[in-house]
Design a protein. Structure first.
Length: 85
């Protein structure tokens, strides 16, 4: 009985951690999109921007890699928990 409760608690904590990581990754992508609009705004007014397009693209590439790796990790964890369908 106690091991079942510990197992359920562990799963709940893991679900919360995974949700927090997804939220952080989505927030980072949203920030990059806002940064792109800020660059467009600054370029349209002819003012210098505090960062370059290349920096945004590198950040987007890194986040894409993180999304892919994290999605793969979730897939592996799910497969270990429930097995192949």
């Amino acid at each position: 009985m106690l091991s079942l409760q510990v197992s359920l608690l562990t799963e709940a904590i893991m679900d919360i951690v995974l949700a927090v990581v997804w939220i952080l990754l989505a927030t980072a992508v949203f920030t990059i999109v806002v940064g792109a609009f800020y660059l467009i705004y600054k370029n349209a007014r002819g003012q210098p921007a505090p960062f370059k397009w290349r920096q945004l693209f590198v950040a987007l590439a890194v986040l894409s890699l993180l999304f892919t790796l994290f999605g793969g990790l979730i897939s592996i964890i799910t497969n270990l928990q429930y097995g192949n369908p």
